[in-house]
Structure formats: structure tokens, C-alpha cells
Design a protein around this ligand. Structure first.
Ligand code: FO1
Length: 318
């Protein structure tokens, strides 16, 4: 049941993987589907087994469809691994775990891409098959690979994140400089009343989206309110390499450092109650402190309601 309070607002959420998927899941419970767009990072995408793997799109899709693996956050619940086991048996690459159900989606995506459909069109087909009603948009239809420069080599994102378990220290995150937003993304940003930046990794999930031309410019200039939710809680990342990346970049591992990193892109910033009141301040930035941990659907709905209510307050004060 959508919440009438938010039924006349156009909401856009920029999301990466697991953290982004949770906020998106909360938003779908209170925003009418025709008013909600999730723009998803595709910088993690790569070709594997001859398939086009889109981890963040799939994590958001599976989460909104209610079929995501609850332990990992990625891949399918109730998965089986017969194909992967056979690949390993045959000496094929088994470091990136693709389950049998997940493989069904990858094969279907590959088939439609091979027929010439855009990633946006394929994603629309897939979300319709899962009865996900809000808009789920890849940031671009062009490949936009994020590359990770370590001390002695350049790694593709998944090689660093999964095969090397994000342990090699990162010297620099390299983003492509010639990627454009899709024609579907632009009007959604143009008509957005509130843009939410999900508690995803700022460096390898959100920056790749903002790096797509002209998304950063549009988010800066157009919507009434841009609200980010901190992925750093109590000096730690809720999940994944954000804290380690901040240390390697010489940034303090704090919610304040995340707010500073996004800088004047933001009108509002939400940080967790594990951080002291007033521990995030910046010129012209409104802040909200709440319990941002979202283990259940109820918590996701609560956080989404509180964040959107805050977004309305910030928008009306602009
Ligand atoms: N993450 C892992 O740590 N190990 C895996 O084997 C793995 C497989 C995988 C398969 C499909 C998919 O959509 C995601 C998968 N992920 C895996 C997660 C993925 O690497 C990350 O979720 C994103 O790239 C970063 O958010």
C-alpha cells in the first residue's frame, strides 16, 4: 500500500548493489510505481562465460522482486549450483559464483542483447517478468567499466571485488570519460522532485553513476532536493569495501567524510544513530540522524518514509 503523503512526488534513487537495493525496496512500499525510478550503476558489469553480467541491476531487481538471497544480498534465494559445479569440474573459471536460476536470467539477457535490444529494454523486460512495477534504469546503455588501479596492476572491478576479495590496496578508481546517460534516464532526472543517493559505496557505486554525462550536472542543477544516506555507520561500512577505500584514499572513515565527499551536490544528508548527534555538519547542508540499518521490509519502509519526509522538508526549505 503506497503512502498518500508521497503520491504526488517524482522520486529518483541512485543505487549500487546491496545497500541501494534495500532503500529501493523501502521506497517501493510507499511511492506509487509510476512515481519511482531507480537509476542503477553498471560500472561493475563485465563479460564472463560469454555472458553480460550486471550485478547491481540484478541485485536491485532480485531484491524488489523478493527473490534475492537474504544472506549474501546478491544472487537468488533457493539457488542451486549444478552448472557452476560442472564448470569447476571441467576446469572452467568458477571464481564468480553464478547459480542455476541466476544463469537463466543471464542467458536470457545475453539472448536479447544479441538480438540488438538495449540494456534498458532488456532490463525492462526482465523487471516485467518479475512483476517489478517501478522504473529500473541502467545509468547508460554503453559499457562503462570501473577499473581498479592497485600498486602493481589495473584490475577489472569484479576481479578486484570478488576474485581478490577487495584486498589489494586501491591507488585509484578509474571511470570511463565517454559514457552518456540513456534517453530514458534524462526525463526522469528532469522531472525529479527529490533525488536520493542510496547508502551505496560513494566511490565505486555512486561516482560511476554521477560520472555518466550529464547526470552529475542534472542532479546538481535540477531537482528541488538531493538527499544522501551515509553508507558509513559508526566508523564502519555496513557492507563491502567503502571503509577500506576511504582509508586508502586518506579520508577519515566517518559519515562526515562522506558528506564532505559529495560536497555541494547535497541539500540533505542522513546519518545513523550510531554516530553522535551533530557529528555531521556542513555549510548549507541539512542533516537527519536515524536508525538507517534495514534488515527487514518493515525497517526498509520506515527508513524510506523518514528519508522521504526529510526530503520533503528540505525541498520546501530550498
Ligand atoms: N560477490 C561475491 O563476493 N562473490 C561472488 O561469487 C559473487 C557472484 C555474483 C553473481 C551475480 C551477481 O549479480 C553478483 C555477484 N556477486 C558476488 C556480488 C557482486 O560482485 C557485487 O554485488 C557487486 O558487483 C558490488 O556491489
Amino acid at each position: 500500500m503506497t503512502n498518500t503523503t508521497f503520491s504526488n512526488l517524482n522520486i529518483v534513487c541512485l543505487a549500487g548493489g546491496v545497500g541501494g537495493a534495500k532503500l529501493a525496496d523501502g521506497l517501493t512500499q510507499i511511492v506509487p510505481p509510476e512515481r519511482l525510478t531507480i537509476i542503477v550503476n553498471t560500472g561493475d558489469d563485465f563479460s564472463h562465460w560469454g555472458l553480460t553480467i550486471c550485478p547491481d541491476l540484478d541485485t536491485v531487481l532480485y531484491t524488489l522482486a523478493g527473490v534475492a538471497n537474504p544472506e549474501t544480498g546478491w544472487g537468488r534465494a533457493g539457488e542451486s549450483w549444478r552448472v557452476l559445479d560442472e564448470v569447476a569440474q571441467l576446469g572452467g573459471p568458477d571464481w564468480f559464483r553464478l547459480g542455476d536460476l541466476d544463469l537463466g536470467l543471464h542467458l536470457t539477457r545475453r539472448h536479447w542483447l544479441h538480438e540488438g535490444k538495449s540494456l534498458t529494454a532488456v532490463t525492462r523486460h526482465l523487471r516485467q517478468q518479475f512483476n517489478v512495477q517501478c522504473e529500473l534504469l541502467p545509468m547508460s546503455d554503453q559499457p562503462a567499466p570501473t577499473l581498479i588501479e592497485t600498486a602493481d596492476e589495473m584490475l577489472s572491478f569484479q576481479t578486484w571485488f570478488v576474485r581478490e576479495r577487495w584486498q589489494p590496496a586501491v591507488k585509484k578508481v578509474h571511470l570511463p570519460d565517454d559514457v552518456r546517460a540513456t534517453p530514458q534516464v534524462m526525463p526522469k532526472l528532469e522531472t525529479a522532485d527529490i533525488v536520493l543517493i542510496a547508502p551505496s559505496n560513494p566511490f565505486v557505486s555512486i561516482d560511476p553513476i554521477l560520472n555518466v554525462y550529464p547526470i552529475r550536472e542534472m542532479v546538481t542543477d535540477l531537482p528541488q532536493a538531493v538527499i544522501a544516506v551515509s553508507p558509513i555507520v559508526g566508523g564502519r561500512a555496513v557492507k563491502g569495501p567503502a571503509a577500506k577505500l576511504m582509508q586508502e584514499m586518506g579520508l577519515p572513515v566517518t559519515a562526515q567524510a562522506v558528506a564532505d565527499y559529495y560536497g555541494d551536490l547535497l541539500d540533505g544528508f542522513v546519518y545513523d544513530q550510531q554516530d553522535p548527534p551533530g557529528s555531521v555538519t556542513a555549510e548549507g547542508l541539512q542533516t537527519l540522524r536515524l536508525d538507517t540499518i534495514m534488515p527487514t521490509a518493515t525497517e526498509r519502509r520506515r527508513v524510506a518514509e523518514q528519508v522521504l519526509g526529510f526530503g520533503q522538508t528540505v525541498a520546501s526549505s530550498q
